[in-house]
Write a protein of this length. Structure first.
Length: 124
């Protein structure tokens, strides 16, 4: 009985498995190995990426909040890099802050004399 994999896909999986085993033996960092094998360009693992990986690997569907609860249940915590990435593009970050934050924050209330009472018509 076949497990549903083509010969090509089975060979690809075996190649990845052997490559990972060799890199573990050589002492490479586990996070770097995982990043390289799963094809993501950076080393961060946001919950959305972990959700995708769980779906690919185990064919189970979780929400991002479900992944967070799963991690918390097993004693894992969020970890943030101690320093900024070398690849960080400051110009792109500054542009995003200028474009995106005003949309998220929304307009500010105009500064005009008001009244704290909600029953006064001018204060609505």
């Amino acid at each position: 009985m076949s497990c549903g994999l083509t010969d090509e896909r089975r060979a690809f999986r075996e190649k990845l498995r052997l490559e990972a085993a060799e890199r573990f033996r050589a002492g490479d960092d586990n996070a770097v190995i995982a990043r390289d094998l799963h094809g993501w360009p950076d080393q961060t693992w946001p919950l959305s990426r972990i959700k995708t990986l769980i779906g690919r690997r185990f064919h189970k569907s979780y929400t991002v909040q479900g992944v967070a609860a799963l991690f918390k249940r097993h004693g894992w915590s969020c970890q943030v890099p101690a320093r900024r990435a070398r690849e960080r593009n400051e110009a792109a970050v500054a542009g995003r802050v200028k474009e995106t934050w005003p949309q998220v924050e929304g307009p500010r209330r105009r500064s005009a004399p008001g009244w704290s009472s909600k029953t006064k018509p001018d204060s609505r």
